[in-house]
Design a protein around this ligand. Structure first.
Ligand SMILES: [Zn+2]
Length: 387
């Protein structure tokens, strides 16, 4: 039994390095950033998943810190405001997608990465228009504006998008559509000149492959850009045989994105850990966390052959006020536990990091520090003009 408990490492980290996040002038810059967000994944959730699973791949990430998650207007954040802090380095109000509280667009990590000719990718188990993925690729005053978010995604330049949400991209006349207009956003992925901001940046001659099911996904060969929308809204639970799996989608994304010598930023979300928490459904929550952890193993494997890669794992907030009261390490079970709420909580959440640049993420941080540091990494990358 591995006894490197996250909580133990956390205490050691707190004792040794309670410094604010600062990047020294000679800090090593990662070429690739793989950013894992376990939605609603607090320390108790990780502890319980580790008990029932015996270990986690997360154990292999040696550097641990913690982050505060409060939003601009609430102590208890939602995923939109927390995600905006992580993707832009700035706090905003709950519900807002990458805009300041007074409505100004906040430039996202993905937008900074594109300026350096890096590739970008999103892999999630919810609709790709949901709050956490949206904060990287869209700007709007409410997370509920999913039709707007879908349009911004389709007009944008993200290289890999894998998850659910097909209904937001289909024209109204399609029976599976959620749209009120006849926009066929799927066709937008290959348009070059849609508006000044989005499609203008699309790389000419790089066709986007769009797939809708596991078979098409498995048949994807050498491509530069890939969109996979595998459900009308969200993907099924992992317990309902979710296909493709989060790990498979992460592997495919890494294959495609690593073709860019300028590097890439990939965000992978364990979207449904949060929903298990909201439903106070421990089995749902922990099975999603263990599944999320399998995607982390894919990234760790990738980093063996790509050592200039930063892997960062954190949550946007904790969900459920979950606590473990009793159980057994030996029998790998949690016998007594409780949720104190069906909503999010304000407790700090852990941050795990490994690889180039990981030293920047120890001690107590604010969620905005994480966004700012990642953006600084990308900004310091030297852009080589593309041929
Ligand atoms: Zn939630």
């Amino acid at each position: 039994m591995n006894i490197r408990w996250p909580v133990f490492r956390l205490i050691v980290c707190l004792l040794l390095s309670a410094f604010p996040v600062l990047l020294s002038a000679n800090a090593e810059m990662p070429r690739n950033i793989i950013f894992f967000i376990g939605d609603g994944m607090g320390l108790s959730q990780i502890s319980a998943a580790r008990i029932i699973n015996g270990h986690l791949n997360l154990d292999q990430l040696p550097l641990t810190g913690i982050q505060t998650t409060y939003s601009n207007n609430e102590l208890v954040t939602d995923s939109a405001a927390a995600g905006t802090a992580l993707s832009t380095g700035y706090k905003t109000d709950n519900g807002v997608i990458a805009l300041s509280p007074d409505g100004r667009p906040l430039k996202t990590l993905f937008e900074y990465a594109k300026e350096k000719n890096m590739s970008t990718g999103l892999v999630v188990t919810c609709s790709v228009t949901h709050a956490t993925p949206a904060v990287f690729v869209a700007h709007t005053d409410s997370r509920k504006n999913q039709l707007t978010i879908a349009r911004q995604i389709a007009e944008g330049d993200t290289d890999v998008i894998l998850g659910g949400g097909l209904g937001y991209f289909l024209p109204h006349s399609n029976p599976n559509s959620y749209r009120y207009d006849e926009l066929d956003l799927i066709s937008f992925f290959n348009k070059q000149e849609l508006n000044q901001k989005g499609a203008g940046q699309k790389k000419s001659g790089q066709k986007t492959t769009v797939v809708f099911n596991l078979q098409q996904f498995n048949n994807v060969g050498e491509v530069k850009r890939l969109v996979g929308l595998f459900a009308r809204k969200h993907l099924p639970k992992v317990s309902q045989n979710r296909q493709p799996s989060l790990a498979d989608m992460t592997r495919k994304a890494l294959q495609i994105l690593s073709g860019n010598p300028q590097g890439f930023v990939l965000m992978v979300e364990g979207s449904q850990i949060d929903w298990g928490g909201h439903q106070n459904d421990q089995a749902y929550m922990l099975s999603e966390l263990v599944d999320f952890d399998k995607a982390i193993a894919v990234a760790l494997e990738f980093s063996k052959t790509h050592p200039d890669t930063l892997i960062l794992v954190t949550a946007d907030h904790e969900t459920g006020g979950y606590a473990i009261h009793n159980g057994s390490i030996k029998e790998q079970k949690v016998t007594d536990s409780a949720f104190t709420t069906r909503h999010h909580t304000a407790t700090m959440v852990p941050v795990f990091a490994t690889g180039t640049g990981s030293e920047a993420f120890s001690g107590i941080m604010d969620n905005t520090d994480i966004g700012k540091t990642l953006i600084e990494f990308v900004n310091r990358a030297s852009a080589i003009p593309e041929k």
